[in-house]
Design a protein around this ligand. Structure first.
Ligand SMILES: N[C@@H](CCC(=O)N[C@@H](CS)C(=O)NCC(=O)O)C(=O)O
Length: 341
């Protein structure tokens, strides 16, 4: 690329980002008629296209919820598949409106990436998988062994710092994407591999003989996963954040995909009426720049937080993940919706 061409590209990015900023991303999305969501294309349970090319998963449902809140139509999403390493540029260039791709909230990502993280939707932690017959039962057993790890992730840095701290000498075998990494691990190219606990459970189902492998009972990090937008647009950040809170609140108030229509007309609880923008209730939702029934639309499209969890990752899925710390606060977990008032 010539220096002049690079200058033109940079100028175009600045001008287009400026246009979005000047009028606000929410308005730009409405004018465009579609939400651009940066997602995972390779992580069953979180984000993956099915045989017909339709994306499904826990993260995908949050893209749909935001589209439903903005347009009253969950199908108005364009999914942009991203590798781990592509995430910051996709966000910074303005190419995507929101990143919802099992992305950990960290200080570096808020500062260097310029990401503003919405509420955490899945509290995770980094773990390890090994073959049952490997003789590896703890991190110290990786001494002199190899570990597959994906680049552009928190996983890679945590691995290096944690094992260095323990004085364990190991060989990292680095891959850019998960499918290649999993195949290499399955072929015996590494003695173990490491990623978010949810990712281990998801990918274990894709190994040739899943039951030949085990997840070590060790977690080396905090991996709070959630949606992120670019710094600098408070209105859009609020829309994304409060769509997440609305889905948390819906579970707390007992509003489900199945009963939301009834709730809209007959709920007596003022909290529910405010959440749904029920006729006759004061509108707290329009203040976001959305229609009064925006969060009714989101719940109607994907259900409440608990329904999203169970359908994609929990009892309604092949993964059977427990809610654990992703339970509601009143059940001893960390999920806590904020009030609409
Ligand atoms: N949460 C970590 C890890 C995210 C990540 O990319 N994990 C891998 C392994 S679960 C993944 O999703 N790979 C999918 C792919 O490469 O397409 C982060 O934000 O850096």
């Amino acid at each position: 690329m010539t220096r002049y061409f690079r200058f033109l590209v940079a100028l175009a990015l600045v001008v287009s980002a400026g246009t979005v900023f000047a009028q606000g991303r929410l308005q730009a999305i409405k004018d465009r008629g579609e939400l651009r969501c940066g997602v995972n294309a390779n992580l069953p349970g979180f984000g993956v296209p099915d045989a017909s090319g339709a994306y499904t998963g826990f993260d995908i449902d949050f893209c749909k919820a935001i589209a439903a809140a903005v347009f009253g139509d969950a199908s108005k999403v364009v999914y942009r598949p991203l590798t781990a390493g592509e995430r910051p540029t996709a966000l910074q260039s303005g190419e995507i409106d929101v990143l919802i791709r099992n992305t950990t909230r960290t200080s570096i990502r808020e500062t260097d990436w310029g990401a503003n993280f919405a509420p955490t939707t899945y509290y995770d932690g980094q773990g390890f998988m090994v073959r049952k017959d490997s003789g590896i039962n703890s991190l110290r057993d990786f001494e002199g062994r190899s570990i597959c790890v994906q680049s552009g992730t928190t996983t890679e840095t945590n691995l290096g710092t944690t094992l260095a701290g323990l004085g364990v000498q190991f060989t990292p075998v680095i891959f850019e994407t998960a499918p290649v990494l999993i195949a290499a691990y399955d072929d015996g190219q590494c003695d173990g591999w490491t990623t978010d606990g949810s990712g281990l459970v998801s990918y274990q189902t894709q190994l040739r003989v899943p039951s030949d492998h085990k997840i070590l009972p060790v977690i080396i990090s905090k991996e709070p996963l959630g949606p992120a937008v670019l710094h600098g647009d408070d209105q859009w950040y609020d829309v994304v954040s409060w769509t997440v809170y609305a889905l948390f609140d819906a579970e707390e108030y007992g509003v489900t995909q199945a009963n939301v229509d009834d709730m809209l007309v007959s709920a007596a609880d003022p909290q529910v009426k405010r959440l749904l923008g029920a006729p006759g209730s004061e509108s707290y939702v329009e203040a976001f720049g959305l229609s009064a029934d925006a969060f009714y639309q989101a719940i109607k499209a994907v259900g409440n937080y608990g329904e999203i969890f169970e359908r994609n990752l929990g009892s309604g899925s092949v993964f059977g993940l427990e809610r654990g710390i992703n339970a509601q606060y009143y059940d001893g977990g960390l999920i806590y919706g904020y009030p609409f008032n």
